[in-house]
Design a protein around this ligand. Sequence first.
Ligand SMILES: [Zn+2]
Ligand SMILES: [Zn+2]
Length: 252
Amino acid sequence: MKLTILGSGTLVPSAHRGSSGYVLESRSTKVLLDCGSGSTWKLAHAGINYMEIDHIFFSHLHPDHTGDLVPFLFARKYTEWYPYRGGKDKPLRLWGGEGFIDFFNNLKSAYKEWIVPEGLDIEEIEPGSFDTGDLKITASKVPHIDSSLAYRIDCEGKSIVYSGDTDYSENLIQLSQDVDLLIIECALPDEHKRKGHLTPKEVVKITNECGAKRIVVTHFYPVSDEENVVEQIRKNVAAEVIEARDLLEIEI
Ligand SMILES: [Zn+2]
Ligand SMILES: [Zn+2]
């Protein structure tokens, strides 16, 4: 599988870190994890055809994780006349936690059929496991907002976990046991701890307790870059530590 980072930043406008978005590609499936603002044009930068995305899994509904859903759906719906887009209409499934269907219906009451491409399906996920195509998905509640979910995806004998936004979480440790790649947020340095987000000390604890083989540290507020939180983590974990950068590609 291959992971492409579309956005490694937050809600803070940044010249080099966009809002959250990640693409996971297996041999037969393309998945978006969150779709924060800029994700749609970053797909183009990464050379990934927006028509070939099969699923979008949303960790939660904050705008820095959902802001490009409308442009993405608008592009999926209204470019069928455009001869160079490549790809063909595929089913598109959107997945989110509790309240996701309401959220989508509210968008739809503003944008009407403009954001309903052929083959669109909207699903709410309960914590637990299920299979879709070649993917085994496991969702687990994490402490950020009430409906926040972390996801584990098992496919082709490999595993990844995406923490979304979260505070310190035993659920996340359980979900990430011996995972090949853990995408974990580290929004803020230890001295700027805010409820609902992780700091380097907490990332170290979670990583060492779950036994992840590699971690991608992401969702940096600018102050986290200034204080080089990634180095603080790297010195204290057994796992290989990768600093997320926009458009970085990682083989899993
Ligand atoms: Zn966020
Ligand atoms: Zn959030």
